[in-house]
Design a binder for this molecule. Structure first.
Ligand SMILES: Nc1nc2c(c(=O)[nH]1)N[C@H]1C(S)=C(S)[C@@H](COP(=O)(O)OP(=O)(O)OC[C@H]3O[C@@H](n4cnc5c(N)ncnc54)[C@H](O)[C@@H]3O)O[C@H]1N2
Ligand code: MOO
Length: 408
């Protein structure tokens, strides 16, 4: 019986396994929204400045600050400047009603918010000439300078950046409609087990629906991977190996990583273990629960990860090993946010095993457990928003104790 490997050592082994894969699958030009979650393939430089022109930060009056001495001044009201208009220059002695985002007229160098004007409402342009009394204002007040966010020609996003909402929003602000991203890695995902049937099919005695396929495909897609599914493999090892080998050849069908679920522990029909008998794949215990039994190696040179079959175990395996390793090797996906939280309840944990409980982080910084430690508890998993990390040397924690949580 081999000594269980630590969580950190197993994660490092996954990193090393993936480091051997060529990270460069080429580039792909996609419409912005289809690039969500993918990694930028090239540096992007700003084709224009942001803001593109000096503009007002407030609804108010654009003024020449030199026109207003300490104590304020009465100025004549000029033509209003709505957002989107190209205004005329501001004459000395005038104040132009200006809206947030509108171009600062030539000659103006500050904005006085409408709340500080007397009267504190914009005059009706149809009512003829008007005057307004304004307090003095320093040059530059409430003016958003052209290029103050980014200047034309500056580096907007560096190659490798993960395209989230903010990054895509920036590219849209720069007027871009498409972006070059790294072609995502392709993962072959195979769920196994004679007892497992596709959702939607008939559930006969002793059978259960396949939750792992959906759970892991969703996790992988969220992490920016392309997923190839084969359907559920039964308990025939030679058939399983043949399925995997269809995706390990030099052709188009070759994948970058293979992930299976189930068939890795100590039962009499461990299909994944048996299928890997002549492949450089190691089956080993990791000192973690859920996700203790793991398979790791290569099939015809393609990295292979054999996750355990329990649904929570395979999700935890993905979050603890594959997702962080991808972040490290590819730069995407982003790491899960790691927080400290206070336990809302006491708990116990098995000695010598890093336990990953599922919990809900509250707004008050406490975390409460969702369900028990069992790795079959998919309903409790669906209520959780965090993985609660309990190190292997901790066996008891009291309410209020601090724990590390990974936000899902
Ligand atoms: N004698 C021992 N038995 C077990 C050990 C052990 O060390 N000694 N380890 C236990 C632990 S921990 C885990 S985790 C599981 C891992 O088992 P396998 O990876 O071999 O997976 P299966 O036996 O195929 O399935 C386990 C469990 O999960 C259900 N399952 C499987 N696939 C799916 C799916 N696609 N969707 C939903 N549920 C699935 C399956 O029906 C089983 O209930 O082994 C323990 N046993
Ligand atoms: O380690 Mo298994 O993954 O508990 O359920």
């Amino acid at each position: 019986m081999s000594v269980p490997r630590s969580v950190a050592a197993h994660r490092q082994a996954v990193v090393e396994l993936l480091t051997g894969v060529s990270a460069d699958r080429g580039k792909l030009r996609l419409p912005l929204l289809e690039a969500l979650g993918k990694a930028l393939a090239v540096d992007v430089y700003a084709p224009l400045s942001l803001p593109p022109f000096d503009n007002s930060q407030m609804d108010g009056f654009a003024v020449r600050s030199a026109d207003i001495p300490d104590g304020g001044a009465e100025l004549r009201v000029a033509e209003p400047v709505p957002a989107g208009a190209a205004p005329a220059a501001l004459k000395p002695g005038f104040a132009a009603p200006i809206m947030t985002g509108a171009v600062i007229p030539e000659g103006a160098d500050a904005v006085v918010p409408i709340e500080k004007a007397t009267p504190n409402a914009f005059p009706d342009p149809a009512a003829g000439e008007a005057v307004v009394v304004l307090p003095s204002v320093a040059p530059g007040t409430y003016v958003r300078d052209s290029g103050s966010d980014i200047g034309k020609g500056e580096l907007a996003l560096v190659a490798g950046t993960r395209m989230g909402p903010a990054q895509l929003g920036l590219l849209a602000a720069l007027g871009l409609t498409t972006v070059e991203v790294r072609k995502p890695w392709r993962v072959l995902l195979v769920t196994t087990g004679d007892e497992v049937v596709e959702p939607g099919k008939e559930l006969t005695a002793g059978k259960i629906f396949d939750s792992n396929g959906t759970l892991l495909e969703a996790s992988m897609r969220q992490a920016g991977l392309d997923v190839v599914r084969t359907g559920i493999s039964d308990d025939d090892p030679s058939k399983l190996l043949a399925v995997l080998q269809r995706h390990t050849g030099p052709a188009e069908d070759r994948v970058d990583v293979i992930v299976t679920t189930g068939g890795v522990s100590k039962g009499a029909y461990e299909v994944v273990r048996q299928a890997m008998a002549n492949q450089p794949v190691e089956f080993l215990p990791v000192a973690m629960q859920p996700g203790g039994p793991q398979g790791l190696g290569t099939v015809e040179g393609v990295p292979f990860l054999g996750f355990p079959g329990n649904p929570v175990s395979c999700l935890v395996s993905f979050e603890m090993f594959l997702r962080p390793a991808l972040s490290q090797v590819l730069g995407t996906p982003a790491q899960r946010p790691v927080l400290k939280a206070r336990l809302a309840e006491s708990l116990t944990s098995p000695e010598g095993k890093h336990q990953v409980r599922r919990g809900t982080m509250g707004a008050d910084g406490t975390v409460r457990m969702e369900g028990g430690a069992g790795s079959h508890l998919v309903h409790a998993l669906a209520r959780a928003n965090a993985l609660v990390q309990i190190p292997g040397d901790v066996t008891e924690l009291a309410e209020g104790d601090e724990v590390e949580v990974w936000m899902l």
